[in-house]
Ligand binder design. Structure first.
Ligand code: UDX
Length: 445
C-alpha cells in the first residue's frame, strides 16, 4: 500500500509525515521545487510543533519521500490523498482548480485500482461531482481500473496539527463501503488508540467539516457580539463567560472575546458555506452574520484608539505586539493584527511591531510607516504613544505589568487579569468587553 499525498502545504505535509509515522510508504508531491528540495533535506516551510523531528525520522526510515513528479507518484500509488489549496474566489466560493489539476493527472496516469481521498476542504457536493468526473474520464480513456472517491476532512489546528492528527477525536470518512474500509485500515493504529471512526456519505462528511468550523467560528462571533454589549454597559465579559460556561450544554471552549478570528480555515470556510447555501437556495443569514460580526470585531483596535486619542492618530507611534493570527504559529493569513495595522497607518500613525516568530522584516519590508522591533521590551522603549496587543503569545501574557504602567495599553486578546491590571496601577488599559482601567481604578458599572 503506497500513499501519494498531493500538496505539501500545511494539511498535506502534516498528513504525509503522520501517515509515514503510522508505518505507511508515502510519497508527497508538490509543484514547488524549492519546497520539495527543502523538505527532502528535512527542512519544513511551516512552523508546527513536533513536525521537524517527525519529518527527519520518517525521511531516515525511508518510508517518506518528496517529489515534484506527480505522474510518477500517481503511477506508483493506490491511495491518492488530495490536499491542495482551495483558496477563496472573489465571491467567497472555493477555487477547486488545484484539486481538479490533480484529479486530471490521476485520470490520465493512474495504473491500478485505488481510492482518491479528498482532504482539501471542498464545497458540499464536490466529492460526488469529482467521483462522476473520474468515472467518466477513466471510461473515456477505456481504462478498466476504478478509482473510488472518499471525503476525509481534516480537523487540524495550526500549532498543534501533528498531535491533532495523531490523537484525533474523530476520523470521518465518507464514501462507498469498500473504499472506506481501505482508508480505515490506514488509520487503524489511531483507532486502536481511541480515535473514533465515523463512516457516512461523501456529502455528509463534507458538510461535517464545514459545520464544525462554522460552529466554532459562530461561538467566537457570538461571544464577541456579547462583548460589544458588555463594553457599552461596563459589564465584564470574563464574568459573563464564566456564568455561561458553567452550563455544561454551553461549555467554556471557544468563548474568548477578542479582535476576531483569522487563519486559513474559519474565514474561508464560513464564506464558502454562505456561498453553498445561496447556490442551494438555503437562507444563509446566520452563517453570513458570523462573518459580518467578525469583520466588525476586527475594528476594535482602531475604534478604541480613536476614542482615546480624540479621533486623531496622526503622528502617533503605536507599538504592536503580535502579528500571527494566533499563538503557536507564524501564519498571518487573515490575521486580525493586519487589519488593525492597516487602519492605524491609514489614520496617520506609525507602527513599531514585534512578533516572537513571524518574520516581520520580510512581511513589512514594503509597508511604509512600519518598523520592526527585536523584542517586546524594545517596542516599549521605542517612544510609543500606545501599545496594541493583537496575539496572546505567552511572553505577552506573562509580561511584567509593572513595565506597562505608563503606556496606554489596548489589549485585543484580554491577556491580563483585570484585578492584576488595577493593582499594578496601569495608567490606561482597554480590553475587549471589559471595563477600562484608569490609574488603577476599574470603571465598571
Ligand atoms: C481551526 C479549527 O480549530 C480546526 O479544527 C480546523 O481544522 C482548522 O481551523 P485554526 O485555524 O488552526 O483551526 O485555529 P483555532 O485555534 O481554531 O483558532 C482560530 C481563530 O479563532 C484564531 O484567530 C483565534 O485567535 C480565534 N479564537 C479562538 C478566538 O478569537 N476566540 C476563541 O475563543 C478561540
Amino acid at each position: 500500500m503506497t500513499i501519494a499525498v498531493y500538496g505539501a502545504g500545511y494539511v498535506g505535509l502534516v498528513s504525509a509525515v503522520c501517515f509515514a509515522h503510522l508505518g505507511k510508504r508515502v510519497v508527497c508531491v508538490d509543484v514547488d521545487e524549492a519546497r520539495v528540495a527543502a523538505l527532502s533535506q528535512g527542512q519544513s516551510p511551516i512552523h508546527e510543533d513536533g513536525l521537524i523531528s517527525l519529518l527527519s525520522a520518517q525521511l531516515a526510515s525511508g518510508r517518506l519521500s518528496f517529489t515534484t513528479d506527480a505522474i510518477r507518484a500517481c503511477s506508483e500509488s493506490n491511495i491518492h490523498v488530495i490536499a491542495t489549496g482551495t483558496p477563496s474566489l472573489d465571491n467567497g466560493a472555493a477555487d477547486l482548480s488545484q484539486v481538479y489539476a490533480v484529479v486530471n493527472i490521476l485520470i490520465e496516469h493512474s495504473k491500478a485500482p485505488g481510492i482518491i481521498v479528498l482532504k482539501s476542504t471542498v464545497p458540499i457536493g464536490s466529492a460526488d461531482e469529482i467521483a462522476s468526473f473520474v468515472n467518466q474520464g477513466l471510461e473515456a480513456r477505456q481504462k478498466t481500473h476504478h478509482l473510488s472517491v472518499v471525503s476525509n476532512p481534516e480537523f487540524l489546528r495550526e500549532g498543534s496539527a501533528v498531535s491533532d492528527f495523531l490523537t484525533a477525536s474523530r476520523i470521518i470518512v465518507g464514501g462507498k463501503p469498500e473504499a472506506v474500509s481501505l482508508l480505515k485500515a490506514v488509520y487503524q493504529p489511531l483507532i486502536d488508540q481511541g480515535s473514533l471512526f465515523l463512516s457516512m456519505s461523501r456529502v455528509s462528511a463534507e458538510l461535517s467539516k464545514y459545520a464544525s468550523n462554522a460552529m466554532l467560528a459562530c461561538k467566537i462571533s457570538f461571544i464577541n457580539q456579547i462583548s460589544q454589549l458588555a463594553q457599552k454597559t461596563k459589564a465584564n465579559i470574563d464574568d459573563i463567560r464564566e456564568a455561561m460556561s458553567l452550563d455544561e450544554r454551553i461549555g467554556p471552549h471557544f468563548l474568548s472575546a477578542g479582535i476576531g478570528y483569522g487563519g486559513s480555515c474559519f474565514p474561508k470556510d464560513v464564506r464558502a458555506l454562505v456561498q453553498s447555501s445561496k447556490s442551494l437556495g438555503v437562507d444563509p443569514s446566520l452563517l453570513a452574520a458570523i462573518d459580518a460580526v467578525n469583520e466588525v470585531q476586527k475594528t476594535w483596535g482602531i475604534v478604541e484608539m480613536n476614542r482615546h486619542f480624540n479621533h486623531d492618530l496622526s503622528g502617533l507611534k503605536i507599538g504592536v505586539w503580535g502579528v500571527a493570527f494566533k499563538p503557536g504559529t507564524d501564519d498571518v493569513r487573515e490575521a486580525s493584527s493586519l487589519s488593525s495595522i492597516k487602519a492605524f497607518l491609514e489614520a496617520g500613525a506609525e507602527i513599531v511591531v514585534y512578533d516572537p516568530i513571524v518574520d516581520c522584516q520580510t512581511l513589512f519590508a514594503k509597508t511604509k510607516g512600519v518598523s520592526v522591533a527585536a523584542s517586546s521590551k524594545d517596542v516599549l522603549t521605542a517612544g510609543i504613544d500606545a501599545l496594541f496587543i493583537a496575539t496572546e503569545w505567552p511572553e505577552f501574557v506573562n509580561f511584567p505589568l509593572s513595565l506597562l504602567i505608563d503606556v496606554s495599553t489596548f489589549d485585543g486578546r484580554n491577556c491580563f487579569d483585570l484585578r492584576a491590571v488595577a493593582e499594578a496601577k496601569l495608567a490606561h488599559y482597554y480590553s475587549v468587553g471589559r471595563p477600562k482601567v484608569v490609574k488603577g481604578v476599574i470603571h465598571e458599572a
